[in-house]
Design a protein around this ligand. Structure first.
Ligand code: ADP
Length: 166
């Protein structure tokens, strides 16, 4: 049988333990996961795409068969280029569901061959998001339990280097 490869797309601005939990658990289902950082039009990311890729590479070291990449434009064009048929996404709350359903439906209409697989968040990460991490860090709170060490340091540097909006 051929290898089961999934693309796990997102902003990852920055990667949190919630993302890593999805990747770790995803690896029990898929042979390989390509974490794909979207270089999107979202106005004001804290980290550049290269920084996000680099933090993800550090964070996923030793997890298993994971590669980290970035892409522009439509996810469906990217997965086609990579010859992958599965998109992996995480679901936290009902609010995620509506958004994810919309994206998955649009993607299905763009390419019916692609399946989006959802993995439920682990309870302890259900309220964890990159924006929450940034909010806490911005006002000097500890994000130690929410993100890996390298990310914690990187956020501290960002905010001490003159600040940057959310
Ligand atoms: P996007 O802007 O594409 O939503 P994110 O980086 O916020 O990018 O999230 C990428 C994916 O990871 C999404 O599917 C999101 O639902 C999922 N995710 C983010 N945080 C968590 C978490 N704490 N638990 C489970 N899934 C999560």
């Amino acid at each position: 049988m051929s290898e089961k490869i999934a693309v796990y797309p997102g902003s990852f601005d920055p990667v949190t333990y919630g993302h890593l939990d999805i990747i770790r658990r995803g690896l029990s289902v898929f042979d390989h996961i390509i974490v794909a950082v979207l270089n999107n039009s979202r106005k004001d990311p804290l980290f550049t795409v290269n920084e996000r890729v680099s933090l993800l590479k550090t964070a996923t070291e030793g997890l298993g068969s994971v590669s980290v990449d970035s892409f522009d434009g439509l996810l469906m064009d990217y997965v086609h280029k990579k010859n992958v048929k599965i998109v992996l996404r995480g679901l936290r709350a009902i609010s995620d569901f509506e958004y994810e359903l919309q994206i998955a439906s649009i993607n299905k209409s763009l390419n019916p061959e692609i399946e989006t697989c959802f993995m439920m968040t682990s309870n302890r990460f259900s309220f964890l998001s990159s924006s929450m991490v940034k909010e806490v860090a911005k006002y000097g709170g500890s994000v130690h339990d929410l993100v890996p060490e390298a990310v914690e340091q990187a956020i501290k540097q960002k905010y001490s280097a003159g600040g940057h909006g959310l």
